[in-house]
Design a protein around this ligand. Structure first.
Ligand code: HEM
Length: 136
């Protein structure tokens, strides 16, 4: 569930790098001092990497194996990879498990659009109706 949310809505939807040496990307020569944008949002929604990429399908994470290297990178990668990844995943899992066990939520309004600022957020918030789950 959490991985699928991070796939479709990576909070850091793009980040940048400045080249410090000349770099060959396929047949493209990238000069020193170029600013490159890398976007998990775009990669995560690529059909060749994830079937039906725009659909929220948490079950896609239940099978064997994991996505191809750098197909899924909500926490970046390489030397500047997020140092908070473990904490974020642990806290996210605990919050989700704690809240979802007792409460269900229904979207109260039209589909929510994403707003890409420095981080990705839902435009206008996410209005929901909250129901307490019946203990059983
Ligand atoms: C869902 C939660 C989080 C997401 C999606 C996230 C995402 C990212 C991404 C994509 C980067 C790499 C940026 C780049 O390469 O330019 C990054 C770096 C970083 N993150 Fe996170 N992060 C999260 C939570 C946290 C938490 C909880 C902490 C601290 C407790 C943290 C601390 C850092 C730090 C210090 C860096 C910079 C690492 C470096 O440059 O060496 N992050 N994060």
């Amino acid at each position: 569930m959490l991985s699928e949310a991070l796939r479709l809505y990576p909070p850091i939807w793009a980040f940048g790098r400045t080249t410090v040496s000349r770099y060959e990307l396929e047949d493209q020569a990238i000069p020193v001092g170029s600013n490159l944008m890398i976007s998990p949002w775009v990669t995560h929604r690529t059909a060749g990497l994830f079937p039906e990429p725009h659909r929220f399908v948490p079950e896609r994470w239940l099978g064997e194996g994991s996505p191809a290297p750098y197909a899924f990178y909500p926490f970046g990668g390489g030397r500047r990879r997020c140092i908070g990844e473990g904490l974020a995943m642990a806290v996210g899992t605990m919050v989700l498990a704690t809240v979802a066990r007792q409460w269900s939520m229904q979207l109260a309004g039209p589909a929510v659009a994403s707003q890409a600022g420095l981080t990705l957020r839902p435009r206008g918030g996410v209005p929901v109706v909250v129901h307490r789950r019946v203990a059983g």
